[in-house]
Structures are given as structure tokens and as C-alpha cells.
Design a protein around this ligand. Structure first.
Ligand code: FNR
Length: 350
């Protein structure tokens, strides 16, 4: 039984969360596919950076910029500290922010302050709660209520659960998702955790009423490698390259984009990644591991400066491709490396 009086040091959940934080700084991919997609360079400027409007719309809200902080942590002392720092960045730059999975907080109330700190530090911010697809509508409601959350993320993470020593995959996830979507008072995002989403997955989700997804593709934080490192004998080494990259997933999402909203994450490490993901149809672009590593290396002020630099550079990049806003950006010509063309051809995508 976890010690609920001094919950952080003594329960397996907090230990796992700390291991994820430590290992996420080690196991990062470097091939999210966005670097295989290039804008065709244009030499004559028609848009000035000062004319660029970065605003976007998703989950029923208008946001000044497309960046958001994706789900990472909570449930341990370290998780609390990181959530507090991320919430300050979210507040300063008006970025939506998701917390890590609230599953354990639903059963160990003493863990909740490691999540609710994001509300304390950013009282008016747009905050997303996060749960697994094994949860009920009642549990989803409790997770949202804990944070007075503005939206709910439901993560689907088959690869992680397969490799994770204490993991569990069940075939009723879609039924749970359908029930939560039906009953949720706040908008719902179904998200991956770094393995991407296929057209087939997106059709299944659309069929049960999901209208917003985060395709969270391969190429950044690698939970196959992270969970394998936590596993005695490291017996799943060979799954380290599993999944669809962020770029492949965005191609896969083209049909879904006609009616639904696609958010993109997975290995976003610079403003050009953001620009490319938006060009491929993302309405918002999420960053997780890169911000975590930045907090570890340069702390809160350094990370805040980094986000500030990204938000300063984005208008310049829009101007570079002569796009005044996201709608115009989506019309700009691209070319792809052969590997992407090959993928698109095999999957009948264009
Ligand atoms: C995550 N991620 C995650 N996702 C989720 O839905 N619930 C969670 O609890 C967690 N936990 C978590 C912990 C840590 C330490 C990291 C780095 C990430 C996954 C995250 O939201 C995102 O989908 C992937 O990490 C891919 O994005 P990056 O990290 O490549 O930017």
C-alpha cells in the first residue's frame, strides 16, 4: 500500500514518474520526419514579420500562438517542481498546458498537489487534464474537476503499456473513449505518446465522436526505449524504432483534418519544426521532452528565454515563406525527401 501521508518517496507511482523524467532526458529520437519536408525557398518578400498573425483556434478557444506544453508529469516531488515551472512559462506566454496522467491522483489524494500547482501558478491559464483510455466518464470528470481544467487529454499508449513492466493494454479503450467524449463537459483530445497515429486509428476515433487529436509522433521522447530501460534484461530493445513519425502521422491525418482538428507533437525542437507541422495541417504544436531537457540544463529563466526566442522567430519564419497567417502558410509549396514520397505513395496519401 502506498504511504498516503508521505506519498512522494514511498510509492511505486512516484518512483515511476521520477524514472520517466530521468530517462526522458536520455532517450530522445532525432527523426520526427519534419526535416524531410522542405519549403520551396522564395527570394522576393511580400509579407513583413510585423504583419504576421500567429493566432490559431482549437478546443473551442482562440490562442495567440500555436505552441502548447504537452503532458509530462505530476505525482512526485520532482514532478511538482517541474509542473510549477512549466505553469509559470505557460502563464507568461499564454500557452495551453497539459499535466501528466492524473490516474494515480485519482486513487492517492495526497498526490494531487503535484498537479494542482499548475492552477495555483497559472490561475487563468488554459489547462488540460490527462488520463488513460481505461478510465470511466466519472473518473474523467474527477480529473477535470481537480484542476478546473479547460479540456481533457485521453492518452492511447499501446507500445508503452506493452514494454512497461507494470503495463496493461485492453481492447475496451475505444468504448471508454466513446463514453467519455459523450459525457464530458469540456472538449476532449485523444493523444498518442510519441508513436504517431494512422488513418485507420483516426477513422476509428472519428467514428466514436472524437473531433480533436494530438497525433504525437515518433522522433522525440521514446517511451519504447524508456520503458525498456526500466525493464529487467531490457528485452524489448528491438521496438525502439516502432511508430509513425510526426510528419508521417500528419500525412495520415489529412482526411481527419477535413472535419476535425489535428494537433501535432513528437520531437519538436525548434521553430522550423513548428512551421512545418502547421504547414502539414496542425492547428497547434506541442512540446514536451525538449522543454523538460531545457529545464534540466538551463533552468526556468533559461527555458523562458528559449520560448521567448521561438515566439520571436516564428513571425520571421512565416514572413520567410510569405505567409501572413496559418491559412496562408498551408498554401505554400513544399518538396519532400524521397523517403516521405515513398511513404505517401505506399499509403496512398499526397
Ligand atoms: C510524457 N508524455 C505523456 N503523455 C501523456 O499523455 N501522459 C503522460 O503522463 C505523459 N508522461 C510523460 C512524461 C515525460 C517525462 C515525457 C517526456 C512525456 C508524452 C508527451 O506528452 C508527448 O506525447 C511525447 O513525449 C512526444 O513529445 P516530445 O516529448 O517528443 O516533445
Amino acid at each position: 500500500m502506498p504511504d498516503t501521508k508521505h506519498p512522494y518517496p514511498n510509492n511505486p507511482y512516484s518512483r515511476r514518474k521520477d524514472e520517466h523524467i530521468a530517462l526522458a532526458t536520455r532517450f530522445t529520437g532525432n527523426g520526427n520526419g519534419l526535416t524531410d519536408v522542405h519549403f520551396v525557398h522564395q527570394s522576393i518578400p511580400t509579407v513583413a514579420a510585423t504583419q504576421v498573425d500567429l493566432s490559431t483556434h482549437f478546443l473551442g478557444r482562440q490562442f495567440p500562438t500555436p505552441l502548447y506544453i504537452n503532458a509530462m508529469t505530476g505525482g512526485s516531488a520532482k514532478g511538482k517542481e517541474i509542473n510549477g515551472q512549466l505553469a509559470q512559462i505557460a502563464g507568461r506566454f499564454h500557452l495551453p498546458m497539459a499535466v501528466g496522467s492524473l490516474s494515480a491522483a485519482l486513487s492517492i489524494p495526497a498526490l494531487t498537489d503535484s498537479f494542482t500547482i499548475v492552477r495555483e501558478k497559472n490561475p487563468d491559464g488554459f489547462i488540460l487534464a490527462n488520463i488513460g483510455a481505461d478510465k470511466s466518464p466519472a473518473e474523467a470528470r474527477r480529473a477535470v474537476a481537480l484542476l478546473a481544467a479547460d479540456a481533457l487529454q485521453i492518452h492511447v499508449n499501446t507500445v508503452q503499456e506493452t514494454v512497461m513492466p507494470e503495463g496493461h493494454v485492453a481492447t475496451d479503450w475505444l468504448t471508454h473513449i466513446a463514453a467519455i467524449v459523450q459525457e464530458s463537459a469540456v472538449p476532449v483530445v485523444v493523444k498518442e505518446v510519441g508513436f504517431g497515429m494512422s488513418q485507420e486509428t483516426l477513422l476509428q476515433l472519428a467514428a466514436v465522436g472524437v473531433t480533436t487529436v494530438d497525433i504525437s509522433g515518433r522522433g522525440g521522447t521514446n517511451f519504447a526505449a524508456i520503458e525498456n530501460a526500466r525493464r529487467p534484461g531490457h528485452t524489448y530493445d528491438y521496438l525502439a524504432d516502432w511508430g509513425l513519425t510526426t510528419a508521417q502521422s500528419l500525412l495520415e491525418s489529412q482526411s481527419f483534418q477535413k472535419k476535425g482538428t489535428v494537433l501535432a507533437s513528437g520531437g519538436i525542437t525548434n521553430p522550423l519544426d513548428v512551421l512545418t507541422a502547421l504547414r502539414l495541417g496542425a492547428a497547434g504544436v506541442g512540446v514536451a521532452g525538449f522543454l523538460l531537457r531545457s529545464l534540466m540544463h538551463v533552468g526556468l529563466n533559461g527555458t523562458s528565454d528559449l520560448v521567448s526566442t521561438w515566439l520571436d522567430q516564428l513571425p520571421a519564419l512565416f514572413a520567410l515563406v510569405n505567409a501572413r497567417d496559418i491559412t496562408e502558410l498551408r498554401r505554400q509549396p513544399l518538396w519532400w525527401e524521397p523517403e516521405m514520397s515513398n511513404y505517401a505513395q505506399q499509403r496512398h496519401l499526397s
